[in-house]
Design a protein around this ligand. Structure first.
Ligand code: XMP
Length: 509
């Protein structure tokens, strides 16, 4: 495996994904990990990530200097390069001009790290500091007009530094450089395969579960479906799935999940009809966070009531993903900073007394999708847009009522249906309708109307932390608008949301 030391970079996860794309297993660990612990983990290579700090600032995150004595190849990226060069006798200073964006890079030494890369290539820079002087042990590999050491290597040891970011797509040769590091310097074989991962995980689940019963919550989303598929393969008849229909699902969603489920898994399925309970809990509530809180509690109540009926269950399976584990600070050697407490980690209350099974804990979302396809799940499940746990309640602004939900469901089905019909579902990340608590005047036939406004939201994003609104063709927007106004009673106006995140969020509540 390869370790990525995280110095607070927004790109650490991206680096890890890029490494895994080369079929080399990779984990993110905190920057303060000791050299002793690294020796125990015995990685074939270490990557030092970028980070927002200056290496010479007080309290800047550092790494154990003994890391450079282990004989393990090291690649420092941006801050990571500056840190390594400074630790090994070089000098870091603020750059004459802060450099953000694309830059032309001249390769000085074309073999090794830059084998197969053209002599002039574009790279993505994002830095205020840079290495201003290197010790005699280092030699430059590349430069740009403002950055004399865009890439460096140690003369005797397998240490490399890149001032630019090879992990972003704006550095077209980035994956070649990473591959050269992994396969050249680290001697990686590139044999880590998702298929092997699936087979090993299924075998491990079998061993762990023995003859006991496992409960798995099913939402119809890709994560829980892949978990269910793995468990079905591992311990089929000992699996019980619970689907809570909270009345906040999209049109015909419950039926679709049940149909897909019965077709693909053929195991014990419990559908909890919870609509009344959820709507009662939501009556009169307008505050978005309070809605989420009540939905969360009601979900747990429904789930627990049903789980109690399943005799002999010892395990609970959850679709926790690697980014959830990392961001919640729950990984043993992972970054310690809690960015957010993800609802999936820990999820259901511990007092339920189940042992957790989290087969996707080491995977990124795109890996989960690939795994889903390998396990034979249909494309509709694997490529389904994410849908928030609180469902349509956070897209029905203000108080949630059954009538509003029905209106929203009908409009949402048209929005998504037209986007699918135009072949745009896969190239957009999330598309949906939002029912606004706004009435406006319209005219239909000869009569005046005073009805609701509907917002259409469609975004493109890699990680859902930042997002851009999708530049949908006018014809698609026109069809959505005409159909919604003609077909959905109670809506007389459609608007398109052209806000990016940040400063807006993807959901309206
Ligand atoms: P925002 O609105 O924060 O959404 O830009 C980012 C992503 O998270 C989803 N989302 C949620 N998912 N429970 C969830 O399970 C929630 O309360 C929740 N709120 C937002 C949203 O759909 C988007 O994919």
């Amino acid at each position: 495996r390869v370790l990525v030391l995280d110095f607070g970079s927004q790109y650490a996860q991206l680096i890890a994904r890029r490494v895994r794309e080369q079929n080399v297993y990779c984990e993110i660990v905190r920057h303060s990990i000791t050299a002793e612990r690294v020796r125990e983990l015995a990685p074939i290579g270490i990557i030092l990530s970028g980070g927002p700090s200056s290496v010479y600032a007080q309290g800047a995150p550092l790494c154990d200097p003994k890391l450079f004595e282990l004989g393990i190849p090291v690649l420092g990226i941006c801050y990571g390069m500056q840190l390594m060069c400074q630790a090994l006798g070089g000098k870091v200073d603020s750059a004459p001009a802060r450099e953000y964006g694309r830059a032309e890079c001249d390769i000085v030494e074309a073999d090794g790290l830059f084998a197969g890369v053209p002599k002039q290539t574009q790279v993505w820079m994002s830095h205020g500091d840079q290495v201003a002087g290197i010790s005699n042990d280092f030699t430059p590999l590349a430069k740009t007009s403002t950055c004399p050491y865009a890439a460096v290597k140690h003369k005797r040891l397998p240490f490399f530094g890149l001032q630019f970011h090879p992990e972003v797509t704006h550095t077209p040769e980035g994956s070649t450089v990473l591959r050269n590091f992994l396969h050249g310097a680290c001697g990686a074989e590139g044999t880590w395969k998702l298929g092997d991962f699936a087979a090993e995980t299924i075998e491990r689940i079998r061993q762990e579960v023995g003859n006991d019963r496992v409960i798995c919550g099913l939402s119809g989303g890709v994560d829980s479906s892949v978990v269910a598929a793995m468990l079905a393969k591992a311990i089929g008849p000992q699996l019980s799935c619970i689907l809570v229909d909270n009345g906040l699902l999209r049109q015909a969603e419950e039926e679709a999940v049940v149909a897909e489920f019965t077709q693909h898994f053929k195991t014990d399925l419990h559908v909890v009809k919870g609509e009344e309970r959820f709507l009662t809990a939501l009556a009169g509530v307008t505050d978005p966070q309070e809605k989420r809180r009540r939905i969360g509690h009601t979900f747990i109540d429904c789930f627990v009531d049903e789980a109690k009926k399943i005799k002999g269950a010892k395990f609970l399976a959850q679709g926790t993903l690697y980014p959830d584990v990392i961001e919640s600070g729950a990984a043993p050697d992972g970054p310690a900073d809690t960015i957010k407490l993800h609802h999936n980690v820990g999820g259901l209350p511990a007092e339920l007394g189940f042992e957790l099974i989290e087969p996707l804990r080491d995977l990124f979302k795109d890996e989960v999708r690939r795994l889903g396809l390998q396990l034979g799940l249909p494309e509709e499940i694997v490529w389904r847009h994410p849908f928030p746990g609180p469902g349509l309640a956070v897209r029905c602004l203000g108080e949630v009522t059954r009538e509003k939900l029905d209106t929203l469901r009908a409009a949402d089905a048209i929005v998504v249906g037209e986007i699918k019909a135009a072949g745009l579902y896969r190239s957009t990340s999330q598309a949906f309708a939002v029912l606004l608590p706004v009435q406006s005047v319209g005219v239909m036939g000869d009569s005046r109307t005073y009805d609701n406004a509907l917002a259409v939201r469609c975004v493109n994003t890699d990680d859902f932390m930042t997002a851009d609104w999708s530049h949908l063709p006018y014809e698609v927007l026109a069809r959505i608008s005409t159909r919604v106004i003609n077909e959905v009673k109670g809506v007389n106006r459609v608007v398109y949301d052209i806000s990016s995140k940040p400063p807006a969020t993807i959901e309206w509540e």
